[in-house]
Design a protein around this ligand. Structure first.
Ligand SMILES: Cc1cc2nc3c(=O)[nH]c(=O)nc-3n(C[C@H](O)[C@H](O)[C@H](O)COP(=O)(O)OP(=O)(O)OC[C@H]3O[C@@H](n4cnc5c(N)ncnc54)[C@H](O)[C@@H]3O)c2cc1C
Length: 329
């Protein structure tokens, strides 16, 4: 590992000052479960790490009834938080599935949302792929069984963050700070394809830091996340779905359906959302939504199986949300 300097930031102001104008060389360091591995593989070679674990690590009920979740909250604390479990089950369920108990005890919300791709070509220093300034995506003609079935490239990675998927379904926003002040970005606009950011996965500027995830008041929403994995622990999902159903009595007024592990960004399925709107919840409606969600998938040579897996994840997420006890009163 390349030697680096280490700075402990006590608060947001110190963190921004220590990160300075040269991000890329100076990086935020949270649980380190992703960043240290990248550094050991020489994929990231920062000159300075700025510890941001001392920033806000609390989950607070906002005056409007929503939740403000500090970026330094550990994933395990999110999993066990009573308000998250009761009001935003899609988020709690996604958090529960992350990695292993050890990972969830160390990893933070901010680190999870900003973690780098798990594509084996990206993580291997021998492959100078598109995301590292190279000229091609090796997954296109290579080992692509876990890669994207949506998005048409040029990079074929799948977005690695389990929390990003429910964040979009639940209409979360992210508060970020930088030398110019603070701003809030809708989760649905935070993650971008490689044509918009070839060397990163988000709209976060090099000098900015994420400080919070903000969830709107839950309202009459039933939500759930369903993940399909090869193994229940120690790995990433093959495909996931988070759904948020805005209910009007027993009828779905509107829906958000987002799939994970299928594209370089969490992938919204507007066709599935249209199918669900105005329907009473039923297995038939869930099946139709699932069929609509995977319309337009373009698998590569080894990942055709993921289409059916994603379809199943959507159907089961809808049914799981439907069975949720209405606890929003
Ligand atoms: C075996 C294994 C299984 C895993 N399974 C899953 C899984 O199923 N689902 C899943 O989502 N993840 C999974 N992970 C990944 C894990 O969740 C991430 O490594 C972890 O969430 C990263 O959080 P961290 O706090 O350790 O971040 P760090 O490693 O400290 O940082 C990660 C990245 O985020 C940046 N960063 C950190 N904090 C901020 C901030 N506040 N603002 C802006 N940038 C920031 C860092 O600079 C770095 O680039 C798995 C990891 C392992 C090792």
């Amino acid at each position: 590992m390349k030697p680096f300097a280490y700075v402990n930031a006590a608060d947001e102001r110190e963190a921004i000052a220590a990160l300075g104008p040269r991000r890329g060389r100076f990086l935020p360091f949270a649980g380190g479960t992703d960043l240290l591995a990248l550094m050991k593989n020489y994929v990231a070679t920062p000159e300075r790490l700025v510890n941001v674990k001392n920033l806000d690590g609390t989950v607070v009920r906002a005056a409007d009834g929503g939740l403000k979740i500090g970026a330094a909250v550990r994933i395990d604390d999110l999993t066990n938080h009573p308000d998250v479990k009761r009001l935003y089950p899609a988020l709690a369920q996604a958090a529960e599935g992350v990695g292993t108990p050890q990972i969830r005890n160390t990893a933070t919300v901010g680190g999870n949302l900003n973690q780098r791709p798990r594509c084996w070509y990206f993580r291997n220093e021998e492959f100078n792929c598109l995301k590292k300034g190279g000229s091609r995506c090796f997954a296109e003609d290579g080992e692509n069984q876990f890669h994207a079935i949506f998005g048409n490239g040029p990079c074929r990675m799948v977005h690695p963050s389990s929390l990003a998927v429910p964040a979009i379904a639940l209409r979360a926003t992210f508060r970020v700070i930088g030398p110019a002040g603070e701003r809030e970005i809708a989760a649905g606009e935070y993650f971008v394809m490689s044509d918009r950011n070839p060397f990163g996965e988000t709209v976060l500027q090099p000098t900015e830091l994420m400080t919070h995830m903000i969830l709107p008041p839950p309202g009459a929403v039933k939500s759930a996340t369903y993940e399909v994995r090869f193994q229940q622990s120690h790995g990433w999902p093959i495909a996931t779905a988070s759904v948020a159903l805005h209910m009007n009595g027993t009828v779905i007024r509107s829906a958000r359906v987002v799939m994970g592990s299928v594209a370089p960004i969490p992938w919204r399925a507007p066709a599935a959302e249209r199918v669900l709107a105005g329907q009473a919840i039923s297995e038939q409606a869930a099946m139709e939504a699932a069929d609509a969600a995977v319309q337009g998938a373009k698998p590569m040579s080894q990942n055709g199986y993921k289409v059916q897996v994603a379809r199943t994840a959507v159907k089961r997420a809808v049914m799981q949300a439907a069975s949720m006890k209405a606890d929003w009163a």
